[in-house]
Write a new protein. Sequence first.
Length: 446
Amino acid sequence: MTTIPNSTTVLIVGAGPSGLVAALSLLHHDFKDFVVVDAVEQGQNTSRALVVHAATLEALDTINSGEEIVAKGTKARSINIGNRTSQLVSTNLSSLDKHTRHPYALVIPQNLTEYILGEKIKGYGVTVHRPCKVTSLRRNEKDDNLTDVTFEDGKIITAKYVIGADGARSVVRRMAGIGFSDPKTGEQGDRTTNLTQMVLADVFGFIGTMSPESFFLSIPMPNSFNELLAKNGQEVNGQIYRIGSGVPVVDGEIPHSPGKDYLQNLIDRFGPTILSSDASVNPGLHASPHQGSYMAFTRLGGDKLEGATVAPDDTASKHGGIILLVGDAAHIHSPAGGQGMNLGIRDAVFLGEALMKHINASASQPSNIDTDYILREFAEERHKRALEVIAYTKTLLSVMGTQDKKISWVFPISATTVRDWVMWLGGKFGFMQAKMAWAMSGLGRR
Ligand SMILES: Cc1cc2nc3c(=O)[nH]c(=O)nc-3n(C[C@H](O)[C@H](O)[C@H](O)COP(=O)(O)OP(=O)(O)OC[C@H]3O[C@@H](n4cnc5c(N)ncnc54)[C@H](O)[C@@H]3O)c2cc1C
């Protein structure tokens, strides 16, 4: 563990994308009196976010931190959605041209994004203190406006502001007693619900589309990422595809380390038929999916609410100093639509500005003047954005997860057929494609 000071103005807990960007945002505002800590020795190398959307790149540009990420990523200019046997919609992202200088979805693995952000703060001379696991927070005994933050080894740091960027199971959130609930059901906590489980893996040799009754996505990765995504020095000659598949709750828990057979079973049930190993649906001579090799894996499911966020009033709570939450610590939802990291990065970009305003206003105003409204407004705004993203991902999930049942005895057509017709027809109209591109880009909910 590196040596951390006894006190700081701002403590950032967590050096995932949200914590790193919070640090960059403060640096952009010429503020350096902060400390960043993370529980683990090095960043994660699992299959997680893969796309940075236009709204996020625009936000990063405002703190001069987007350029390096754009330079390392690959610009995807269309998104194709289909059922198991055919393509239904192809959305051209060029409709975003008039709204942004980033009219594309930037494909870049999360670990590379984190690496670039980490190098950038290093360039400012800032160190992430690792491994420093926060275990508790309490009010400072001498000054009610400060928080004492304790680490696993007993070390304590005193801070005026604590930024909880410590992910979905945030200790900062829990210790500060901040509620975390599904905005629709009011259900509290980060525990099991009936969320469709999702398994993600990096494999090579596959192509794929969305499927009925569940969902199945695949994104071809640029070959330039092969080395980065390969595990344990494994050599990769083919192309790696990121696949994501919904796993019905009735299937039970996703195994901790699902092997090739488990993944193949998902492909056979939900993936494009051209990849199926089942001869009854794939009689042709297609590339054998068994060439695919399991590379890296993250599981999500059975342990998260479908969508949860903190109430805005909670974020600037008085547990000694001021506690603010960003990223997954403040909101979680399904990865459908690839929005989680994006939303967290935007929270963190805008937090820097709000925090600086608060720090400057508190220094220049008498102590009886309320300056906390600055942070309350920030929290309200970000809460609204989180609700919008949760609603968006829930809509996507319900469309992708349409059940294969007849809609009625009178019209013996299955609901998935109706969905596919509507999508196919909608996809013929430019304005519908533009609407889909806009929703995915996040530009309407920065
Ligand atoms: C399977 C999967 C697929 C996903 N796909 C996408 C996608 O396509 N697009 C997208 O935008 N998002 C996606 N996400 C979501 C995205 O990965 C998260 O939203 C993003 O990682 C959140 O970043 P964060 O910095 O808020 O939290 P995290 O990335 O969780 O980082 C939190 C950091 O805090 C540290 N920490 C935790 N506890 C402590 C502690 N007590 N003390 C000190 N440090 C601590 C951790 O070590 C970690 O480094 C996906 C997530 C999963 C799981």
